[in-house]
Unconditional design. Structure first.
Ligand code: PLP
Length: 414
């Protein structure tokens, strides 16, 4: 058994061989890429699928009666089938958007404006990414809904007592919440939350931008009303994301944007809308990217989420253990159920300096508020460094991070 597989039985070197970028050097050093939560690297299968489309099967979709357009439309719609199977949804429930952010905005501006009325409340949590916060503030300011913020505990888990109180007056109509925090790593108990929301006559939207990368998601089993994620974090291309919505909800929602492909008929007096999902896909979509996302789903599905989740659990345990040996390093989040992102602070060294000095050693981590400024402030901080793991991350890279952090401390005389 090679060193690479001895930790958790996952043949990480085989996976790494699928990712061409991982053999690049950065500042003359081997790349140690620990920023997958921001955007993941792409396997050759995704790159090849996109290149093959552009080289051999490319035309606009749903428009042409010629061979190229029909083939390309087939590939585009096949990708929708793959996403539907991936989430255990029906194909009509899968809307292609640009990213998770656009998915939330779409729901806020269509479901929010049509199904919610002034005085209704939307609940988010203290640990939301801005993508699941700002669209609701915009809806509040435009439409008069109330935005309520559910508290988290100091361990970084949702505070259910607070949630009970927030729902107590019966005015909450939507719970919009992360499935996994991009800062604390916390997985939220989505089955319980969906039951809780439905018991209170509210819908639930889950921000799956992080979770969908690390564990299998079954929107029917969860009973999610809406689920959003981005292709680029799931080893697919940027420029494509997914909104899942329950069929009856999508049917009742007005369009988000108007234009080609989203209509049933158009006259100068009036237009009528196509059925979902096309109603929400105005204009030429991200054709090549959608096909690339389909290839990414094939790729992770072939590896399997049992293996992926076990590997990432082992990486996270290793990271927590190794980082705990560094004096003056403080990791964030103590949730029982947590995934492969570890944010931390280092006494006496600003997070930006941590990231810059690690970069000089070829180690990529993120620093800042990670698009979760209110959460960072809630934790009493202004910025943190964050290491995040993917299927290609090795235990050795985590050891390299720890060694790199010790060098950072030496530079700062700590
Ligand atoms: N939600 C979470 C939890 C995220 O981590 C991110 C990105 O980091 C997003 C939403 C937004 O993703 P995107 O920028 O792809 O729309």
């Amino acid at each position: 058994m090679s060193a690479a597989v001895q930790h958790d039985g996952f043949d990480v070197e085989r996976v790494r061989a699928d990712f061409p970028i991982l053999s690049e050097l950065v500042h003359g050093k081997n790349l140690v890429f620990l920023d997958s939560a921001a955007s993941a690297q792409k396997p050759r299968a995704v790159i090849d699928a996109m290149v093959r489309t552009m080289q051999t099967r490319y035309a606009n979709v749903h428009r042409g009666l010629h061979w190229m357009s029909e083939r390309c439309s087939d590939d585009y719609e096949d990708a929708r089938d793959k996403v539907a199977a991936f989430l255990n949804a029906a194909r009509e429930e899968i809307v292609f958007v640009r990213n998770a952010t656009e998915g939330v905005n779409l729901v806020a501006q269509t479901y929010g404006r049509s199904a919610l009325k002034a005085g209704d409340a939307v609940v988010i949590s203290e640990m939301e990414h801005h993508a699941n916060l700002v669209p609701w503030q915009m809806l509040r300011d435009q439409h008069g809904i109330e935005l309520r913020i559910a508290k988290i505990t100091d361990a970084g888990e949702l505070d259910f007592n607070d949630l009970q109180q927030i729902f107590a007056d019966g005015r909450v109509r939507l719970l919009a919440i992360t499935h996994m925090s991009n800062v604390l790593g916390t997985y939220t108990p989505v089955d319980r939350l969906a039951r809780f929301a439905h018991d209170h006559d509210a819908k639930i939207l889950l921000d799956g931008a992080q979770a969908v990368v690390h564990r299998a998601v079954d929107v029917r089993a969860i009973d999610a009303d809406f689920y959003v994620f981005s292709g680029h974090k799931l080893y697919g291309p940027s420029g494509v994301g997914v909104l899942y919505g329950k069929r009856d909800l999508l049917d009742a929602m007005p369009p988000f944007m108007g234009g080609g492909d989203m209509i049933s008929s158009v006259s100068f007096e009036k237009s009528t809308w196509a059925a979902p999902p096309y109603r929400f896909e105005a204009g030429t979509p991200a054709i090549v990217e959608v096909i690339g996302l389909g290839a990414a789903i094939d790729y992770v599905s072939a590896i399997g989420f049992d293996a992926i989740a076990a590997h990432e659990r082992s990486l996270t345990d290793h990271a927590m253990a190794v980082l705990a040996t560094i004096d003056g390093l403080h990791t964030l989040g103590r949730a029982q159920d947590r995934g492969g992102v570890v944010a931390f602070t280092l006494d006496g060294v600003h997070a930006h300096d941590v990231a810059t000095l690690l970069d000089k050693q070829g180690i990529a981590v993120r620093a800042g508020h990670h698009c979760a400024e209110p959460l960072t402030r809630r934790l009493g901080l202004d910025s943190t460094a964050r290491a995040s793991f993917g299927i290609y991350t090795t235990h050795g890279e985590i050891d390299a991070l720890a060694a790199g952090l010790r060098r950072v401390q030496q530079v700062f005389g700590r």
